[in-house]
Design a protein around this ligand. Structure first.
Ligand code: AMP
Ligand code: ZN
Ligand code: FE
Ligand code: FE
Length: 288
């Protein structure tokens, strides 16, 4: 029997990916991926469309979302997986996150204007493929590139948008432990997205995990495009030691991150059905 693979971290054009949910599910089916979690930033608007396409293409859809939170070492990302179809508390929370995001975006444009780069918010919104999107710095970077104000997408961040750069404006984010507790109370499975990308000592990850677990964390993303085998091994054993499950995904963004392939990451990523079944079992045991 063919081994079967999944991808539990993907973005569509409902946030800063470039595929529609339909295109993403079609690609997943061609790649024989059996399950896909759609995890757009701060929105669940693409999920119904993804589920509908998933049914047609024979790919199981895990309803998900990626949420940013504040930690002592900068933005900490959390994946909410198996989001219930109706979850008004979560929708209100995400709506607030999107409002704060819009306000932050406008302040970035003000800063850019003070450098003589005048961009209307409409132009940023035009970079998004749907009226339900969560516009962010990637979309502002695209406008800067179109205007030839920068020589590459990466330069847009280095010169203007990255933390510490001249037009950087931080987004007010809720505390990571509070977000974990809140998401957990919403009945979703919470996984810590790409923990090793956080610029913190590994000892901090080791020390903080038990408290994160007490607040409701259920898994850590142990399989990820940017991870070496040693990174994955570190995460897998850390999860085991803490009684947490493992999740895994590519963080596919379509053309926005062309070096990351759906299901395969930078080439070496394989999130097996077995890993997925363990995550599911973990979830089931918690629901009893
Ligand atoms: P936002 O959510 O609007 O603050 O934008 C964050 C997104 O911008 C991240 O998910 C990355 O895709 C992208 N990003 C952040 N920093 C950089 C960077 N230094 N270079 C390229 N892309 C970046
Ligand atoms: Zn993104
Ligand atoms: Fe992330
Ligand atoms: Fe992501």
């Amino acid at each position: 029997m063919h081994p079967s693979f999944v991808d539990l971290h993907t973005h569509t054009l409902y946030s800063d990916g470039t595929d529609t949910p339909e295109e993403l599910m079609r690609k997943a089916s061609r790649l024989s991926l059996s399950s896909i979690a759609i995890t757009d930033h701060d929105t669940i608007s693409g999920l119904d469309e993804a589920e509908e396409a998933g049914l047609r293409y024979g790919v199981e859809v895990v309803r998900g979302c990626e949420v940013s939170s504040r930690s002592p070492f900068g933005d900490l990302h959390l994946l909410a997986l198996w989001i219930p179809k109706h979850c008004p508390d979560l929708e209100d929370f995400l709506k607030m996150q999107r409002r704060l995001r819009d306000e932050r975006n406008l302040r970035i444009l003000e800063k850019l204007a003070s450098f003589g780069i005048r961009i209307e918010y409409e132009e940023v919104l035009e970079q998004c493929g749907t009226p339900h999107m969560t516009p962010g710095r990637p979309h502002i970077a695209a406008v800067l590139l179109n205007r030839h104000a920068v020589s590459s997408y990466k330069d847009a961040f280095t010169q203007y948008l990255a933390e510490g750069a001249s037009a950087y404006v931080p987004r007010p984010l809720p505390d990571f432990q509070k977000v974990i507790a809140f998401l957990s109370e919403c009945g979703v499975l919470v996984s810590w997205a790409h923990p090793l990308l956080l610029r913190c000592p590994r000892s901090w990850i080791v020390d903080i995990l038990p408290e994160m677990k007490r607040n409701g964390l259920k898994a850590i993303e142990a399989y990820y495009s940017e991870y070496s085998q040693a990174d994955t091994h570190f995460c897998v054993s850390l999860a085991a030691r803490n009684g947490l499950a493992c999740s895994g995904g590519s963080d596919y963004h379509g053309l926005r991150k062309p070096d990351i392939a759906l299901g395969r990451g930078k080439g070496g990523l394989r999130v097996t059905q077995a890993i997925y079944e363990q995550l599911k079992q973990h979830r089931q045991s918690l629901m009893l």
